[in-house]
Ligand binder design. Structure first.
Ligand code: NG1
Ligand code: MG
Length: 453
């Protein structure tokens, strides 16, 4: 079922104004009006960091900020991509034969991923060229998933313009796979929430099979996003893929340790499912069977009965083949404990008494684990989350991949303005009003991807 057409009543005033500007930019650039606009939202992950690619459920909500594409067919086979922000370079290439160069990070690569993902999965041929104008309101390199919003918006636009009948679940699946053309081995949280979000509710996103369950957030609280202003471009470093590899290796070594069929194991969750034990048992096992010191490449190869060459070529990714040490115990401990916290967070949401304090505690534990065990925080995020806690938040944690980007804090509504004031003086002293309002904002769950005619 193609259920993407948004009803005109959802077109709010500021939306209309922004889309007028977008459509005007399109017309100026391409000499005619666009046929439609597709939009896909960014997200803030409330809890469950770096566990989606281990197979575990996560708990994000969509932002109201999005990536919007004005789109029209042209009479050639050329794909043209432009951005309303003139600081962004343009793309011009053949729509059927373009390639995505993962060695050269370019913003439009994410648009190309979405187009390629949909056209390849539907095996579309003889494609008509497209003109595309992009406008984004999701802060970039901030852990709020502007990249996936761009992939999803492009994927949805492609499905719409070429009349593919794809469900939200199928599009989420296509987009989570095709974003990997960029070179990062991410999980599926961002694309899933972008398609499966519903206005007013956070979602528990589960994988294998992909599923989204609504989670009503307790009243009396607000989630506030605050940007550390440290930019982290995931595709430009090996940090992210190194964590993905460490989790894979930990899964393989735990499998070997338990004499499981290693061929059947891709993720840490596979190990838990085959053993059929709870999180506490997995945490105990990690504690007793993995050592604290980092594992060397040689040791890992030995444990997995592989040559170092095979390990490098078959298990490690392109930009992780030179990594020398793997902190398997610390990473696996984070993953099982964080996965457990996601389910605790969800069940606390439906409890009435004392819910906010407990949610805050889980968020603080999550941050501590990200910082200490997963080492995906940074000095500024540690300081910012601490400032959030002392400024009245029940809890605060980094959100998204980390190493920079944003924190998310749970704040009692009655403390909201004091909280924001304390953040401003404590962290954002030299920002003007406009920049400050972009860096710190209170969120409520937005809706999923849509097409506007
Ligand atoms: P961001 O914050 O967009 O870099 C990444 C991954 C997620 C998830 C989080 C960490 C992609 C597209 N996104 O998000 O799947 O693993 O990090 O929880 O790879
Ligand atoms: Mg991203």
């Amino acid at each position: 079922q193609f259920t993407f057409l948004a009803k005109p009543k959802f077109l709010m005033i500021n939306f209309q104004c922004r889309y007028k500007t977008l459509c005007k930019a399109f017309a100026t650039k391409y000499g005619k009006d666009p046929e439609f606009v597709s939009r896909a939202p960014g997200r803030v992950n409330l809890i469950g960091e770096h566990i989606d690619y281990c197979g575990y459920s996560v708990l994000p909500m969509a932002l109201t900020q999005d990536l919007s594409l004005a789109v029209g067919k042209n009479t050639t086979t050329t794909l043209r991509i432009s951005n309303v922000d003139g600081n962004f370079s343009e793309f011009d290439g053949d729509i059927s034969t373009f390639t995505i160069d993962s060695n050269k990070p370019a913003w439009y690569n994410y648009v190309l991923c979405g187009i390629k993902g949909v056209t390849e999965s539907r095996e579309l041929t003889n494609l008509t060229g497209l003109n595309i104008m992009v406008d984004g309101t999701v802060p970039q390199a901030a852990g709020l998933s502007s990249s996936s919003a761009l992939v999803c918006s492009a994927g949805l636009a492609t499905a719409h313009v070429f009349n593919c009948n794809l469900s939200r679940l199928k599009l989420a699946d296509i987009c989570m796979k095709c974003e990997r053309y960029i070179g990062t081995q991410g999980g599926g949280m961002d694309q899933s929430i972008s398609f499966l979000a519903q206005h007013g509710t956070a979602k528990l996103i589960s994988f294998n099979p992909l599923q989204a369950t609504s989670v009503a957030l307790p009243s009396g609280s607000a989630f506030v996003v605050s940007n550390s202003l440290v930019r982290m471009k995931k595709a430009d470093t090996a940090h992210f893929n190194t964590r993905v590899v460490e989790c894979k290796l930990a899964a393989q070594i735990l499998a070997a340790h338990n004499s499981l069929d290693r061929a059947a194991i891709k993720t840490l969750r596979d190990v838990q499912q085959l053993l059929d034990v709870d999180f506490d048992a997995m945490l105990k096992m990690v504690d007793s069977s993995l050592h604290d010191d980092p594992y060397t490449v040689e040791e890992v190869a030995g444990l997995l009965s592989m040559s170092v060459e095979d390990l490098k070529s078959k298990v490690l990714f392109k930009n992780t083949s030179e990594v020398k040490a793997f902190k398997l115990k610390q990473r696996a401990t984070h993953v099982f404990a964080e996965a457990q916290r996601v389910f605790q967070f969800k069940s606390v949401c439906s409890e009435t008494t004392n819910a906010l304090t407990q949610l805050g505690k889980l968020m603080n534990e999550s941050h501590e684990s990200c910082s200490r065990l997963y080492q995906c925080s940074c000095l500024e995020l540690d300081q910012l989350t601490q400032l959030c806690r002392t400024s009245g938040a029940h809890g605060s944690r980094l959100t998204g991949a980390g190493w920079g980007g944003c924190a998310v804090s749970l704040v009692p509504v009655e403390n909201l303005s004091t909280f924001i004031g304390l953040l401003r003086s404590g962290y954002y002293g030299n920002l003007n009003d406009e920049d400050f309002n972009k860096a710190v904002f209170s969120t409520s769950p937005g809706g999923g991807a849509a097409i506007y005619l």
